[in-house]
Design a protein around this ligand. Structure first.
Ligand code: SAM
Length: 246
């Protein structure tokens, strides 16, 4: 279970509300053992804990030993995705978490079907963060991928390029593209010793030629996943799966 709270061996705590709700769904009994993680600290790991009391809406536990447990992917992989509409983005977040994405940046671009005003965007992001937590719990990750606030593609390109100075210093930037001349992804990955990758993926309607040009100017190289048109949620997941093979 993910608990967004400081955890220390030998202490007793009341679980945060959301975690308590999850534990109660399972109808655990006092004395039963659970595993807690909070993703804090430099080393990946998780705590053993024992349920002491199940209240009506709260759960008390005693925290036991901490065990270093590495479950992250060997490469650090960031996704910048033109959000697919409906529940396809939920699905993308769930699967990208299982496959080991370190972060997901949802972006609105010229041809995005999903257009979110600030308040709705905040609700959506909170919903997606919940999915990333649930998916981390399900697959045993003890780091929850970072789900960034929604930005426009233009804003994100400007900010991320300014932050990294030379665009390429933040690892390899790869544009998932259907354009002729794109290099096969496997070939691009095999030819580098870099440990960090950022994938940019278009929405349902793809990126406009101007957006692709802007990405290239910010250090992205175009790569292909083959001659079929993959859906906006399939392409980043295929890219993630490919990286797990290296
Ligand atoms: N008609 C759109 C176009 O021509 O760009 C199709 C967009 S596709 C449904 C959504 C996104 O998935 C694309 O913008 C691209 O980033 C990625 N994509 C889909 N198929 C791909 C492939 N075979 N190789 C690389 N990226 C792909």
């Amino acid at each position: 279970f993910y608990a967004d709270v400081a955890l220390a061996a030998g202490t007793s705590i009341s679980l945060p509300e959301q975690t308590a709700r999850h534990v109660q769904v399972l109808r655990l009994q006092p004395g039963e053992r659970i595993t807690l993680f909070n993703g804090r600290g430099d080393t990946e790991g998780e705590f053993d804990a024992t349920v002491e009391r199940m209240g009506r809406s709260d759960v008390d536990v005693t925290i036991g030993a901490w065990t270093a447990t590495a479950r992250e992917a060997a490469r650090t992989i960031h996704l910048v995705v033109g959000m697919p509409a409906n529940d396809r983005m939920d699905w993308l977040i769930e699967k990208a978490t299982e496959l080991g994405a370190a972060s997901i940046q949802p972006v609105m671009s010229e041809r995005s079907v999903l257009r979110l005003k600030a308040e709705r965007a905040d609700k959506k992001v909170a919903h997606w963060r919940g999915i990333a937590i649930a998916s981390s719990e399900q697959c045993g990750r003890n780091r929850v991928p970072l789900i960034h606030d929604v930005a426009t593609l233009g804003e994100w390109l400007k900010k991320s390029t300014a932050e990294t100075g030379a665009a390429a210093s933040n690892g390899m930037r790869l544009l998932l593209s259907l354009q002729d001349g794109s290099r096969p992804l496997a070939e691009a990955v095999a030819s580098t010793a870099l440990a960090s990758f950022t994938f940019l993926n278009g929405p349902e309607g793809g990126l406009s030629p101007a957006e692709e040009a802007a990405a290239l100017a910010c250090g992205f190289s175009p790569v292909t996943l083959g001659p079929r048109v993959l859906r906006a949620e399939t392409a980043p997941l295929a890219a993630l799966a490919t990286l797990l093979c290296y």
